[in-house]
Design a protein around this ligand. Structure first.
Ligand code: HEC
Length: 112
């Protein structure tokens, strides 16, 4: 099994776990979902590291490698996309799509 297949299985287990507690902090629930997989290196990190806990760091990482991560998050959370665990690109992986209000809340959080 290659490393990426293994990550998807870990992700599936993580999202199927009814006892999963979302990381709490000064961020909205929509961002907590992203943090669970992208910004908890000490736990079950299953996505590439992205500093969702700190919007300014998040934007800076993108700038440093010439990627507009806010635009990427907009694209990745578009409800019309197919979920990443089904072969598409939509985040959050393995979970329902964010609704419009949640998407707007997440973008607002990351922009400020
Ligand atoms: C269950 C785990 C999981 C959750 C929850 C999750 N992701 Fe991901 N994410 C992944 C994995 C695994 C990848 C790598 C595979 C891919 O690119 O589709 C990824 C890739 C990404 C990428 C591309 C990173 C890059 O460097 O190209 C972005 C952006 C992203 N996720 C945003 C989000 C956002 C925004 C949320 C919350 C709404 C979220 N993710 C929630 C697992 C997750």
């Amino acid at each position: 099994m290659d490393a990426s297949a293994e990550k998807f299985i870990q992700a599936k287990q993580l999202t199927d776990d009814p006892t999963l507690e979302l990381p709490s902090g000064p961020w909205p629930r929509s961002a907590a979902m992203c943090i669970a997989c992208h910004d908890q290196p000490e736990q079950k990190l299953v996505g590439p590291y992205l500093p969702f806990k700190s919007p300014s760091k998040f934007r800076a990482v993108g700038r440093s490698i010439g990627i507009d991560y806010i635009a990427e998050v907009k694209r990745r959370t578009d409800p019309k996309n197919i979920s990443a665990d089904k072969g598409g690109h939509r985040m959050p992986l393995g979970q329902r799509a964010l609704d419009e209000a949640e998407q707007a809340e997440l973008i607002h959080y990351l922009e400020n």
